[in-house]
Design a protein around this ligand. Structure first.
Ligand code: URA
Length: 420
């Protein structure tokens, strides 16, 4: 294959054939294309796009770039949820064990942080000992016995997405509908799913800035998912304001545990329950929406999902004693309160500013080889609609050291708009 001429073709807006896209993916996985050429290819797709046929061919070639899972029929539907990425979006963490308790099997293949949005794998790796690089046999064994696992694309599973994902993150090529579609569906189709719910975000901290664009992405994802025999539906959700009260890898694990214990902020809890209820309806386990929601709520509040979470952590190598100890006494970092400059009602909280600060403090990547600080971020964030007095804390900021915190403090405060 002459990759340079294919690169030129896409740069000039040509349509690539299925076999050309398959060759590109095979060469990508074999390490035959250097990062600079692949980055240029991704940028060409970013500007020129891919039509529906090219998107389908790319997705399937990426799915087949590694092992594909299949599960024995045992009466439990194989399901998953995937989000297009947001700030404070930790829904996958409590959702996977909740779904397992509701009678599903969940072989969730997730991603790392992308742009300013957080990544499920980075969050989970803040848990002592937790491993995300399981082999196919191990994934199947954990899913069959525990009911859920959350793992990474790897050299074995969807390796083409692993390579593209890391490059897109640092080459400003994430917000492309065909690239997002291929990235998400290649992973989800490799899971051997019966049903999939997609949480497609829109707003200033999402890859799709408008609801119209998000709907376009969602419809394309659903059409392709269904064409590949996976029952697929979507939710559109607003990503102008962070989800929940915590943003930052470890801090989002903390909020997830709160939700699993029947506590936690209502927006995170509601989205977790909504995803679970939709999957109950889609798979006809509970065909009526109201009853499905009640079933999901009762299950979450029973504490069963919290126990299932620990079971999943243990199955993936986590040190539960160290994890519970870290929940009680988090790793020491510098902490400072962001205080309100005036009293009033919070009118807005800019998720983009929050996401950028978490990334710049070391919670996300600026380069492919960035080493993350998984402890930094915001907790106890006050949200729009809440009243604050002058000088009252708007959030607690955790940074590596005092200088790092001082460097972002004023910008952080400007993320909150307070109406007198
Ligand atoms: N999630 C993914 O897995 N890939 C994307 O491109 C965006 C969100």
């Amino acid at each position: 294959m002459n990759f340079l001429s294919l690169l030129e073709s896409k740069r000039d807006g040509a349509v690539l054939s299925e076999s050309q896209l398959q060759s590109i993916i095979a060469a990508t996985v074999a390490g035959e294309i250097p990062d600079y050429q692949l980055s240029a290819f991704l940028m060409a797709i970013y500007f020129r796009g891919l039509n529906a046929e090219e998107t389908r061919a790319l997705t399937l070639a990426m799915r087949d770039s590694g092992e594909v899972l299949s599960f024995p029929a045992d009466g439990r539907p194989v399901v998953d949820k995937h989000s297009t990425g947001g700030v404070g979006d930790k829904v996958s963490l409590p959702l996977a064990p909740l779904l397992a308790c509701l009678g599903f099997r969940v072989p969730m293949i997730s991603g790392r942080g992308l742009g300013i949005t957080g990544g499920t794998l980075d969050k989970l790796e803040s848990i002592p000992g937790f491993r995300t690089a399981q082999r196919r046999e191990e994934i199947i064994q954990i899913v069959q016995s525990v009911g859920c696992c959350i793992v990474a694309q790897s050299e074995k599973m969807v390796p083409a997405d692993k390579r593209f994902y890391a490059l897109r993150d640092v080459t400003a090529t994430v917000p492309s509908i065909p690239l997002i579609t291929a990235s998400i569906l290649s992973k989800k189709l490799a899971e051997g799913l019966d049903a999939l719910i997609l949480d497609v975000k829109w707003g200033r901290a999402a890859f799709m800035q408008t609801e119209k664009k998000a709907r376009q992405l969602a419809k394309g994802l659903c059409e392709l998912g269904r064409a590949c025999n996976v029952q697929t539906e979507f939710i559109l959700s607003d990503m102008n304001v962070p989800l929940g009260t915590h943003a930052g890898n470890w801090l989002e694990v903390v909020e997830s545990v709160e939700v699993l214990e029947g506590r936690g902020p209502s927006d995170t809890r509601d989205l977790v329950l909504d995803c679970a209820a939709r999957l109950l309806v889609m798979t006809q386990i509970e065909p009526r929406r109201g009853a499905a929601l009640t079933r999901a709520k009762n299950c979450l509040d029973s504490g069963a999902a919290r126990e299932k979470w620990n079971e999943m952590l243990a199955a993936q190598g986590a040190d539960l004693t160290a994890f519970e100890a870290k929940l009680r006494a988090p790793s020491p970092v510098y902490e400072v309160e962001i205080r309100a400059a005036q009293g009033g009602i919070i009118r807005d909280l800019d998720a983009r500013i929050i996401g950028e600060i978490v990334r710049d403090l070391g919670g996300g990547r600026l380069r492919a080889d960035s080493i993350l600080n998984l402890e930094v971020g915001f907790s106890a964030m006050k949200k729009p609609g809440e009243r604050v007095e002058k000088g009252e804390p708007l959030a607690l900021l955790r940074a590596d050291n005092e200088d790092a915190a001082r460097g972002v403090w004023e910008v952080a405060r400007a993320a909150w708009e307070i109406a007198s």
